[in-house]
Design a protein around this ligand. Sequence first.
Ligand code: URA
Length: 218
Amino acid sequence: MAKADKQEALDKLNAKWEAKGLALAAGATQAVPGAGNPDADILFIGEGPGKAEDEQGVPFVGAAGKFLTELIESIGLTRDDVFIANMVKHRPPENRDPLPEELEAYGPWLAGQINIIEPKLFVTLGRFSMAYLLGESQVISKIHGQPKRNTKGQVVIPMYHPAAALYRGDLRPVLKADFARILKVIELLDRGADPEETEAENAADGVTHDPEKQQALL
Ligand code: URA
């Protein structure tokens, strides 16, 4: 599908879901479906809109969003090169975590976006989108920054949520290092290589991308 057709399809999808009046809509100012390039190679998926996002109708524009923008720009991209979405498209009251039934209700909306955008790479931000794409049993501290292929064949790099780095400063360099690997993974995919296997081979060769381990090797 051409880029303009993808945008049109996304607009239709959003209108269809906004008309459904999902449970969180009642307490929100507006829907925050997502923003960016409808033909992006990379899809970032966060959790849900906060106060600033609810006011502006755009994802990741508050404090965590500023850091996400900085991370995207640190690898030479802009927000217009990628697509940024969330698990739930309306702000949960008081910014609480989305409930399992809310994640389930908004799941098909996100699935529709994924079908249209067809990204090469998914970057999950935080535990909810990681669970959505990789299953409930994953532990972020063990697998962050590592490309994984799920049962649907989708390639996913799980990452910490940028908001976590606002109160845990030690996660800032971890997120930066994980972001620094994104374009390499895209390059491997473009070459037809399996990034997950390449990762495993590198690990067997003693090559580590984990900044903590790199530090320990110095
Ligand atoms: N946190 C999220 O997960 N998504 C946003 O859009 C903003 C903050």
